[in-house]
Design a protein around this ligand. Structure first.
Ligand SMILES: [Zn+2]
Ligand SMILES: [Zn+2]
Length: 721
């Protein structure tokens, strides 16, 4: 009798055995539809000897319903799913779900309509129409996408369709994606870039696991160097995957990619439309997708012939997923490269201490690009001591910084002000009674957003209109904003420079790749003088006419005080500083701080990255913190405060006494309430050599807690909130 062990897309279930009906062919990796009670669930046939399913007698087995006509998930991906589930203490089904993207990616694709320019000019050509056609170029997409690429309204695109300059194209599911051409526009590389490129190409040809740390200063041309690895994979008929930390970075990446390879890669992130997603998933699974660029969720897709993985901006914390399976895409990407037996490139101007350490001990091969491309100089960094050179009362820009902006305006150059805080003010209070606006669901202040006229919680999304009077003392006109967000800085800039053209760049204004493209186009055209932005503007962008960067509050990132606070601040300021002076004009960076003698700021001003990293690394080593020791967080939450506390205490009491491991807490989490749930944390600190997952599995596996209590384990945590 033919049995199959199946992992269903239901995290609450373990693997189940099914009967394979006569005439159905399955093998490990086959995607199937299986009955469960009255329902039908998608699942994947697994290797029997690798997972334990509950033994069921043959005659009680239910038959599988059908097998999908799709390629089976290959063994390296199945090993990756097992490894990820094991390492991050997650149900295999939850990891498998990321590989299958969503049940309906599996359905037969339906035809869709897209639009592209026909090359026939409209009878009535206006400057706006011509510019739109020019900007759209050879791209193909929905009317809305064309409008955003062209920088015009939807009605102008509709007009161009009516005039025959843009025409609909039916995308049948059988339509192939354009294939990038490795010989389309080979770059001219500088010496160090050329060596790196040759190394990557050779590694792709060798088809063996080879991790590289591509450490190059901002503007050194890392992308061009790893593109040659992609070119080698294209020539060898293998797939490449490029992971980016922010979907806002996709658009500039696509432009550069198309310039090098003559066609766009396949894009994969949460904002990709459902119909495109299905086509993309199937093209990836059948090997047609030659190059995929995407967010961390692209990592688990079923590439059958992967030849290269690149993790760009590899130091970025956004590669860490905080919800669901709490995995780190950079680390899992290295494991995928290992299982697939292929090279992986971690690219960064400010590599994480974890990655540097791997290079230090010889596990990763370090490839350095020490100079900016085209002879551009690195910007000068200067601190402004806010104690000695403070801004006027109620303002945030010191006179020296304001003068530098005025100077750039005079010269027709662009400036960027960086403050990693969305909204107008982080806190609103009543001047009369001191009432502070707190989120009803979270231990967090409500942040005022003037652009959208509301107060918002940045943790749960709760919003409310700004109240006309104080809810506590009922006094009107007594509410005052405390502290600045980017919107408030924009107000100050408008007051100082009424004629300057400004743009606010945050996730509130740049919420899609198309919005990012609009912003990039406006910068390139010189339609913006001053950008005020959050971390969204710190990376990836290349604006040759941007010569001044002002860091409004360099102390902000240090106040969190977690393990990586100093490192993160250093990286963030280095990255934002790296936006300055990327063309022929030299850049200058002002860093405003109340404590310029702090090691982070002092190192930035001295340009002493090696010294900073050496000191940070030593501190971590001395405290046995990652990467020299291991951390895992256990977060206990419930809507009932008492229940959460009791469960946390019980888990704390049951903590195993284990050599090389200490357990701290339970203590209320800094975010003691989140989305209406009360939260407590335990922190496990263990020696590097200890299998901390095994210990936690056994520890928690022996305990029970009420239904309303959720216990989440975060292995290698990045957030300590
Ligand atoms: Zn009041
Ligand atoms: Zn909230």
């Amino acid at each position: 009798m033919n049995r199959a062990c199946v992992i269903l897309l239901n995290s609450a279930l373990g693997p189940l055995d099914y009967r394979v009906p006569d005439g159905m062919q399955v093998e490990p990796g086959t995607i199937v539809l299986a009955p469960l009670g009255p329902r039908q669930l998608v699942g994947v046939v697994w290797d029997e000897n690798r997972i334990a399913s509950d033994p069921v007698e043959d005659h009680r087995l239910r038959p599988l319903l059908s097998a999908y006509d799709l390629p089976p998930l290959a063994a390296p991906l199945r090993r990756l799913i097992e490894w990820t589930a094991d390492y991050y203490l997650a149900p295999p089904a939850a990891v498998l779900r990321m590989a299958l993207a969503s049940g309906n990616a599996l359905d037969a694709a339906r035809p869709t309509i897209e639009y592209s320019a026909t090359g026939t000019p409209p009878e009535r050509m206006t400057a706006r129409r011509a510019a739109a056609i020019d900007r759209i170029g050879e791209r193909q997409g929905s009317v809305r996408e064309l409008a955003s690429w062209g920088g015009v309204s939807v009605s102008i695109i509709r007009g161009l369709i009516g005039a025959g300059a843009i025409a609909p194209v039916e995308i049948s599911p059988a339509t192939r994606f354009p294939v990038p051409d490795p010989d389309h526009a080979p770059p001219s590389l500088e010496a160090a870039q050329g060596e790196a490129a040759a190394l990557f190409a050779a590694a792709v040809e060798a088809r063996a696991f080879a991790p590289f740390l591509l450490d190059g200063v901002t503007g050194s041309g890392k992308t061009e160097a790893y593109f040659e690895g992609v070119a080698a994979a294209l020539r060898a008929g293998r797939q490449s995957l490029v992971l980016l930390p922010e979907i806002a970075l996709t658009e500039p990446f696509l432009t550069r990619f198309a310039a090098r390879f003559g066609a766009a890669p396949i894009v994969w992130h949460s904002a990709v439309r459902q119909s495109q997603r299905r086509r993309a998933w199937q093209a990836i699974a059948n090997g047609e997708a030659a190059v995929v660029v995407g967010a961390r969720s692209a990592l688990f897709l079923p590439y059958p012939k992967l030849g290269l993985i690149v993790v760009d901006e590899a130091h970025e914390a956004s590669f860490k997923q905080e919800e669901g399976v709490a995995y780190h895409a950079r680390d899992v990407a290295v494991m995928r490269a290992r299982f697939e037996d292929i090279p992986i490139i971690l690219a960064s101007a400010t590599p994480a201490i974890e990655s540097r350490q791997m290079a230090e001990i010889g596990v990763y091969r370090e490839v350095r690009l020490p100079d900016r491309y085209g002879g551009a100089a690195l910007p000068t960094i200067e601190a402004i001591d806010l104690r000695r050179d403070p801004p006027p009362r109620g303002r945030w820009l010191a006179p020296a910084l304001a003068a530098a902006i005025a100077d750039r305006l005079e010269r027709g150059e662009q400036s960027l002000l960086f403050l990693n805080r969305r909204g107008y003010a982080p806190l609103t209070l009543c001047r009369k009674c001191g009432h502070r606006f707190q989120c009803p669901n979270c231990t967090a202040w409500m942040v005022e957003h003037r652009l959208t006229r509301r107060l918002a919680c940045h943790h749960c999304g709760h919003v409310m209109p700004p109240p006309p009077s104080c809810p506590s003392c009922e006094e009107t006109d007594m509410l005052v904003p405390v502290g600045p967000g980017v919107e408030r800085i924009a107000d100050e800039v408008a007051a100082l420079f009424p004629d300057a053209r400004t743009a606010i760049v945050t996730s509130d204004t740049i919420w899609s790749p198309a919005k990012a493209a609009e912003f990039v186009a406006a910068m390139d055209e010189g339609a913006i003088d001053i950008v005020i932005g959050t971390q969204l503007v710190t990376k990836g962008y290349h604006f040759p006419n941007l010569t001044l960067v002002g860091v409004v509050d360099a102390d902000l990132g240090l106040s969190g005080g977690d393990l990586r606070a100093a490192e993160r601040s250093f990286q963030q300021i280095m990255q934002v500083a790296g936006r300055a002076g990327r063309g022929e004009k030299k850049g200058h960076v002002y860093v405003q701080s109340h404590e310029p003698e702090a090691p982070v700021i002092a190192a930035l001003v001295r340009g002493d990255a090696p010294g900073f990293y050496a000191a940070e690394t030593e501190a971590r080593r001395a405290a046995a913190m990652p990467p020299f020791g291991r951390l895992a967080a256990i977060i206990i939450s419930s809507e009932d405060a008492d229940e959460a506390r009791k469960a946390a205490n019980a888990i704390g009491r049951a903590a195993p006494k284990q050599d090389g491991m200490a357990v701290y807490g339970p203590a209320p989490a800094p975010l003691a309430m989140l989305r209406g749930r009360h939260r407590l944390r335990l922190l496990v600190h263990a020696a590097r050599a200890l299998d901390v997952q095994d210990v936690i599995r056994e520890w928690l596996g022996a305990l029970e807690w009420p239904r309303g209590v959720r216990v989440a384990v975060d292995v290698d945590p990045y957030s300590f909130l």
